[in-house]
Write a protein that binds this ligand. Structure first.
Ligand code: ACO
Length: 150
């Protein structure tokens, strides 16, 4: 598997991480995509967005369904951390639905720390309720990491 920049992210994977076309349209053109390739095919990808001074955010990350839970997501997160650090960012952020406890644990294992909750983010910005495991995904949990220069 090779992780490298690409100008042509997989649309299917973008929508897997973010079901709102409007949300993707907001950030996709302003982000930089890196993808994990296997035999020329994208098996995972992430989008890095410069949000505020010194700050970047992983706004979209996804791994192909048949390749999930095999370490690719962790490899992409580690790659994103290195990429953001090398680019000179001081803070790296990520946000996800409050119903995604497995995902939050994954981000914490990679070094992100919970720093807040964007209350009612999904109710405000998504056209229809998102239900996961029978629970409405209502708030966005915000996580961040301070990037020490190396
Ligand atoms: N349920 C429970 N735990 C999960 C889940 C899940 N759906 N997804 C990831 N995890 C956690 C678990 O702790 C798991 O460890 P385990 O398999 O030992 O239980 C660990 O993450 C898996 O780590 P990896 O194999 O490195 O991660 P993976 O390759 O599966 O990629 C990702 C993780 C990107 C979240 C993938 O599951 C995915 O594409 N999901 C669908 C799209 C998505 O929701 N993307 C994130 C939205 S938020 C955003 O884009 C900023």
């Amino acid at each position: 598997m090779e992780i490298r920049p690409t100008d042509t992210p997989s649309r299917e994977l973008l929508l897997l991480a973010d079901e709102s076309e409007a949300s993707i349209a907001d950030y996709a053109g302003r982000s930089h995509c890196h993808a994990a390739f296997e035999e020329g095919l994208i098996v995972g990808q992430y989008l890095l967005l410069h949000t505020r001074p010194f700050t970047a955010e992983i706004v979209n990350i996804a791994v192909a369904p048949d390749r999930q839970r095999q370490g690719i997501g962790t490899a992409l997160l580690r790659h994103a951390i290195q990429t953001a650090r090398k680019a000179g960012f001081r803070i790296l952020e990520i946000g996800t639905g409050d119903s995604g406890t497995g995902q939050i644990a994954l981000y914490e294992r990679c070094g992100f720390v919970r720093c807040g909750v964007d209350v009612d983010y999904f109710r405000k910005h998504y056209p229809a309720p998102i239900i996961e495991n029978g629970v409405e995904c209502r708030h966005m949990v915000r996580l961040r990491m301070e990037l020490l220069p190396k």
